[in-house]
Design a protein around this ligand. Structure first.
Ligand code: NAD
Length: 261
C-alpha cells in the first residue's frame, strides 16, 4: 500500500528530527500537518517548501504540547481538513539537565507533559479514527534514554522510559485493528543544536573539533559518529510501510551501538 494521500501529523516538526520525518513522509506522498514553535515566517516557509518540493498538502498547527485539549483539537482539525489521520508521529521534546535535588519542579512537569503526556493525548484522540478505518501507524521518537540512564537527566529519562511503556500498551490494545505502535530510540543525532555547541567546547577544553566530537559528544556512542535526521526519518517511513505491518510494540534503537554496551 502506498502512502499516497494518507495524512501524517508530526508533533515538534518545525526543526530537527520532526521536520526530517515530515519531509520524508511528504516525499512518499503523504499530506502532512506540521507542529511546533518558532519564527512564524520561517515555519510558513518550511510549510510552503514541503508543498512545493513534494506536491502534497501541508498544514501547520501551533498546538502547545503541554495542553491536552489543544492536542485533541489538533487531531480533530487534521481529520477535518484532510478526511483522515493515518500516521501519528509523537516527536516533540525538550531537555533540562540538573541533579534531582536541584531539579526545578516546573521543568519536571514541563518535560513530563511535552515528552510523555502529549503522546498519550494525541494517541487518545487519533486511535478511534484509525480503528474505524482499520489502518494506522503511531510512531514516537523516544531515545537511547528510553533504555538506559544518564545522570542529571531524571525528567527526560523518566519520560522516555514512559514512552517505551506507553508504546507497548497501545500496541497491545490496537493489535487486531490494523494499527501498529512503535518507538524509535536514537542516540546522538546531528542537529544544528549539537553543531552549535562545538566551538564553545573546543575553546573551553582546548580540543580540536574532532576531539570534541569523539571524546565529549560521542563518548557513549561506539561508532563515534552521529545519527543523521534522515536516517531516523527513513526508519519512520519504513515503519509506515506494509513491510513493517508485523512490527508493533517495538522499541527500535538507532544509536551507533550505545545501548549494546
Ligand atoms: P529540536 O529542538 O530540533 O526539535 C524539537 C521540536 O519540538 C521543535 O519543533 C520544537 O518547536 C518542538 N516543541 C518544543 N516544545 C514544544 C511544545 N510545548 N509544543 C509544541 N512543540 C514543541 O530537537 P530534536 O533533536 O529534533 O528532537 C526531537 C525529538 O527527538 C525529541 O523528542 C528528542 O527528545 C528526541 N531525540 C533527540 C536526540 C538528539 O540527539 N537530537 C536524540 C534522541 C532523541
Amino acid at each position: 500500500m502506498s502512502l499516497k494521500a494518507k495524512t501524517a501529523l508530526v508533533t515538534g516538526s518545525t526543526s530537527g528530527i520532526g521536520l526530517a520525518i515530515a519531509r520524508a513522509l511528504a516525499a512518499e506522498g503523504c499530506n502532512v500537518v506540521i507542529n511546533g514553535f518558532g519564527d512564524p515566517a520561517a515555519i510558513e516557509a518550511e510549510r510552503a517548501k514541503i508543498e512545493a518540493d513534494f506536491g502534497v498538502k501541508a498544514a501547520y498547527d501551533g498546538a502547545d504540547m503541554t495542553d491536552g485539549a489543544a492536542i485533541a483539537a489538533m487531531v480533530a482539525n487534521a481529520e477535518k481538513t484532510f478526511g483522515s489521520l493515518d500516521i501519528l508521529v509523537n516527536n516533540a521534546g525538550i531537555q533540562h539537565v540538573a541533579p534531582i535535588d536541584e531539579f526545578p519542579v516546573d521543568k519536571w512537569n514541563q518535560i513530563l507533559a511535552i515528552n510523555l503526556s502529549s503522546a498519550f493525548h494525541a494517541m487518545r484522540a487519533a486511535i478511534p479514527g484509525m480503528k474505524a478505518r482499520k489502518w494506522g501507524r503511531i510512531i514516537s521518537t523516544a531515545s537511547a534514554h528510553s533504555l538506559v540512564a544518564s545522570p542529571f537527566k531524571s525528567a527526560y529519562v523518566s519520560a522516555k522510559h514512559g514512552i517505551a511503556g506507553l508504546t507497548k500498551t497501545a500496541a497491545l490494545e490496537v493489535a487486531t485493528h490494523g494499527v501498529t505502535v512503535n518507538c524509535i530510540s536514537p542516540g546522538y543525532v546531528w542537529t544544528p543544536l549539537v553543531e552549535k555547541q562545538i566551538p564553545d567546547t573546543m575553546a573551553a577544553r582546548g580540543m580540536t573539533k574532532e576531539q570534541v566530537i569523539s571524546d565529549v559528544l560521542l563518548e557513549a556512542q561506539p561508532t563515534k559518529e552521529f545519527v543523521t535526521v534522515d536516517q531516523v526519518a527513513s526508519l519512520a517511513v519504513y515503519l509506515c510501510s506494509d513491510a513493517a505491518s508485523q512490527i508493533t510494540g517495538a522499541n527500535l534503537s538507532i544509536d551507533g551501538g550505545w545501548t549494546a554496551e
